[in-house]
Design a protein around this ligand. Structure first.
Ligand SMILES: C[S@@+](CC[C@H](N)C(=O)[O-])C[C@H]1O[C@@H](n2cnc3c(N)ncnc32)[C@H](O)[C@@H]1O
Length: 276
């Protein structure tokens, strides 16, 4: 899964299931951690690159407040559409979120227009990360900050490694089984720092971060697979086969009583700034 792929998160159902079963239990807690790592100020202008369904954008909107502004950019219109559809319900003192459908290598924003740029779990999908970092550098103001989060290479990647192991066993010819897993979704600290330095952030550093995540039910944990690029393969199964697959997957993820268990999760956070 290294190529830039507009189609990977393009399906409406994948985006909706990502928002429902993956974002709240896995991506929101990590997005909040990434946002907190930067010390955002009220009134700041923030860009969330590869924003998906808006985990980082929403967390940032609550901190920069109504006097701030958020742009959420992504290559997939379907992923961005859930941000647009929930924007109207946003509370008063939150920044409004503007969506921008574009590649991370060609961000449709002026030079030096942002205070902080985030990219959470987007780098692994981008073949030219130095070009992405260069775009981030370009849109940041002097003194601006970039913060990038990716899964840490060499660590067990829950739930994707577990989904992949289950699929490999039960649907051996699945494209998902071949492509999904920590190797294709993760990076080292050195990889992250090198990409940022290559893009112009001479002071870039990276650190390893730990967080425990947990789903409320094994069924929701299992349904997270429908929010991945394997979603269309599941969606094409007959309804009874699909339900049986998800019930078996849920059983494989739960403990002996069918309950969910907390999972350690490890990321790399990269940071850099533009000289004043
Ligand atoms: C795993 S999701 C992460 C979404 C979000 N940042 C979060 O933390 O929930 C990866 C996102 O990267 C987007 N993406 C992949 N390649 C991209 C590219 N070249 N430019 C912009 N977005 C891209 C996908 O459409 C998808 O929404």
């Amino acid at each position: 899964m290294n190529a830039e792929d507009r189609g990977m998160f393009a399906q409406r159902a994948v985006a909706e299931n990502y928002r429902r079963y993956l974002q709240p239990y896995l991506f929101d807690p990590w997005a909040q951690r990434l946002v907190n790592s930067v010390g955002l100020q009220r009134g700041q202008a923030v860009l969330d690159v590869a924003a998906g369904t808006g985990a980082v954008a929403r967390a940032a909107a609550a901190i920069v407040g109504g006097s701030g502004s958020i742009v959420a950019s992504d290559i997939s219109r379907s992923m961005l559409s859930s941000i647009t559809s929930t924007a109207a319900a946003a509370n008063d003192d939150k920044a409004s979120i503007t969506t921008l459908e574009c590649s991370a290598t060609a961000i449709d924003l002026p030079d030096a227009s942002m205070d902080v740029v985030f990219c959470h779990q987007g780098f692994p999908f981008m073949p030219d990360r130095v070009a992405v970092a260069r775009e981030m550098f370009r849109v940041l103001r002097p003194g601006g900050t970039v913060a990038v989060g990716v899964w840490a290479l060499g660590e067990h990647l829950y739930p994707f490694d577990d989904y992949a192991a289950f699929v490999r066993k039960h649907v051996p010819d699945s494209a998902f089984a071949r492509s999904m897993g920590s190797g294709s979704l993760s990076m080292t600290s050195e990889d992250v720092a090198a990409a940022l330095i290559g893009g112009g952030f001479a002071d870039a550093t990276a650190s390893v971060e730990h967080l425990t995540v947990q789903w409320p039910t094994a069924s929701e944990e299992a349904r997270g697979i429908t929010g991945t690029p394997f979603g269309p393969e599941i969606g094409s199964m007959a309804p009874a086969a699909q339900e049986a697959f998800l019930v078996q997957l849920a059983a494989s993820l739960a403990d002996e009583n069918g309950a969910t268990v907390p999972h350690p999760s490890v990321s790399v956070f990269g940071r850099g700034s533009v000289p004043r």
